[in-house]
Design a protein around this ligand. Structure first.
Ligand SMILES: *Cc1c(COP(=O)(O)O)cnc(C)c1O
Length: 375
């Protein structure tokens, strides 16, 4: 029995969730967002299993290069674009699509003169005020892009929704309308919806959608569960009970003694902690699952260990598996208890957690003869 915590990645669930994207946005093409190591699930393995996607989106050039080196041939969009001539040359060499969100990136294309070479997605700030050029600046930006001679096809237009995770927030509709007003004879296809948008805001089901979190089976919304959208959890994070103790009434458990036992009680010690990516700020009461029973975390999270109140599970045995999130315990529920979001918990699972890929079909999807890893 290994005491190393384990993240089991369910590739059948991943493919199921892609079908849920198609269900919500049947007329859109899908750029599966696999930045940040596919939200902690393993970027290359995930890309291999999502052969049904129309393309991939990553945040940075380095991620795109890793995918190409692993044999991924589908379109790859670099969401942050490139900043230097050398990066532009590499992105071009790797046949990546580029987001242009800043006038400096247009200057770069004008300067480098890669004739008819790159597919550009012009990012418009329709109200989130993070990346993108303002709608008023779009006509001039389009003219410059077209004059640069660098483009492979008309520039596509994209925008990102700021509040789509809050159901009923009117900003998303306004952002969709603002982008659609800019479409014209010089522009190519449009891309708006992320997970929350494509589920809840029909106007964001544009030519291309960009789902991330829903592919991994977590809810994109600030309330409710992923099961409400028919999504299945992809990552299940497990560890083991490595000690069972009987604490006495009044015993203070763990660093700082923040939890004081209200009675004589069984306490379980689990071999996982913030050094594995379990959130240190998870308070007493955060749920974990032992033998299908929910039990509360007690005391502070340590680097390698957490402690559980086992009063609800008197039959717990040394070595029992503990689910921290995933199957039977939605990651968004743990995230809410810890004051964060599922995105952060998933992408912060640390490299010392063993990863097991279940039902990986990447070899077939990619036509490569690489070996499934980590089984
Ligand atoms: C990360 C990201 C997405 C995916 O968002 P989810 O909420 O995970 O669906 C889509 N578009 C852009 C520009 C992103 O940065």
């Amino acid at each position: 029995m290994s005491v190393v915590p384990r993240a089991v990645i369910d590739h059948a669930a991943l493919r199921h969730n892609l079908r849920r994207v198609r269900h919500y946005a049947p007329h859109s093409r899908v750029l599966a967002v696999i930045k940040a190591n596919a939200y902690g699930h393993g970027m290359v393995e995930v890309a291999g299993s999502l052969g049904e996607a129309d393309g991939f989106a990553v945040a940075r050039l380095e991620e795109a290069v890793r995918l190409r080196e692993a044999g991924v041939r589908k379109p790859i969009l670099i969401l942050g674009g490139v900043q230097t001539g050398a990066e532009l040359a590499l992105a071009h060499h790797q046949e990546c699509d580029l987001v242009v969100h800043h006038l400096a990136q247009i200057e770069l294309l004008e300067r480098e003169r890669l004739t008819g070479a790159v597919r550009v997605w012009l990012k418009v700030d329709t109200g989130m005020h993070r990346l993108g050029i303002l709608p008023d600046e779009v006509p001039a930006a389009l003219a410059r892009l077209l004059d640069s001679g660098a483009l492979a096809g008309p520039p596509r237009l994209m925008t990102h929704l700021g509040n789509a995770d809050v159901l009923g927030d009117p900003l998303a509709e306004r952002q969709c309308a603002a982008l659609r007003r800019l479409a014209g004879p010089e522009t190519g296809e449009l891309s708006i919806g992320n997970s929350a948008g494509l589920i809840a805001c029909p106007a964001s089901r544009s030519d291309w959608v960009r789902p991330g979190i829903m592919l991994y089976g977590a809810s994109p919304f600030s309330e409710g569960a992923a099961a409400d959208q028919g999504l299945q959890p992809v990552m299940t994070l497990r560890a083991r009970l490595i000690a069972l103790r009987r604490c006495r009434r009044g015993d203070a458990v763990g660093y700082g003694g923040t939890y004081v036992c209200p009675e004589d009680m069984p306490v379980g010690v689990v071999g996982i902690g913030y050094g594995d990516g379990y959130p240190r700020h998870a308070p007493s009461g955060t749920p974990a699952l032992v033998g299908g029973v929910r039990v509360p975390l007690i005391g502070r999270v340590s680097m390698d260990l957490i402690t559980l109140d086992l009063r609800g599970l008197p039959g717990a045995r040394l070595g029992d598996a503990v689910t921290l999130w995933g199957e039977g315990l939605p990651v968004e529920e743990v995230a809410r208890a810890a004051g964060t979001i599922a995105y952060e918990l998933l992408c912060r699972v640390s490299p010392r957690v063993a990863v097991e890929h279940l039902g990986w079909t990447g070899e077939r999807a990619r036509g490569n003869d690489g070996e499934a890893k980590g089984a």
